[in-house]
Design a protein around this ligand. Structure first.
Ligand code: FE2
Ligand code: FE2
Length: 161
């Protein structure tokens, strides 16, 4: 059994993972329309990862014998005018996700739900990686100037598995 307050936070997070997926998918579509196939591929892979996170959380809640409640997914009208801007959105978003995951872990400890604490610690690690990856891409983008430089990074990110 998961305490109500904690369960609500987990359900919020499931919803937020889908919202994140939507944001990444939207940005991938915009990038593909602009001809940045590699960047679009990277954002599509992010989208798939966020859906996987939501799925893992749903599975966890079900395993604990609780009901994952799905809600409307907010579609924000998010867009960027520059390549750096796309990755700034991604980086800021991942930092926001990290805060939310931390809040869940804090709550789990508070109510002594160590199974939930354990489960969400995987996402604490995951977020360290997500923040580092997006920050790293931003560093690279800021090192190059103009489309010729972006094209090299676009090709690189297009190779993401
Ligand atoms: Fe996620
Ligand atoms: Fe993420």
């Amino acid at each position: 059994m998961i305490k109500k307050e904690l369960l609500d936070m987990i359900c919020e997070q499931i919803n937020f993972e889908y919202e994140s997926a939507f944001i990444y998918r939207k940005l991938a579509i915009d990038l593909e329309l602009e001809g940045w196939i590699g960047f679009a591929h990277w954002f599509t892979a992010q989208y798939e990862e966020e859906v996987e996170h939501a799925e893992a959380m749903i599975h966890y809640v079900l395993e604990r014998g609780e009901q994952p409640v799905l809600k409307d997914i907010k579609m924000s009208d998010i867009k960027s005018e520059s390549i750096v801007g796309y990755f700034e959105i991604a980086h800021e978003h991942e930092c926001l996700v990290s805060d939310k995951i931390d809040e869940i872990v804090t709550k789990a400890i508070e109510v002594k739900d160590y199974a939930t604490e354990n489960f969400f610690r995987k996402f604490v690690d995951e977020q360290v990686e997500e923040e580092a990856t997006t920050a790293g891409i931003l560093d690279h983008l800021k090192l190059v100037t103009g489309n010729a430089g972006y094209m090299i990074i676009d090709r690189e990110l297009g190779a993401r598995k």
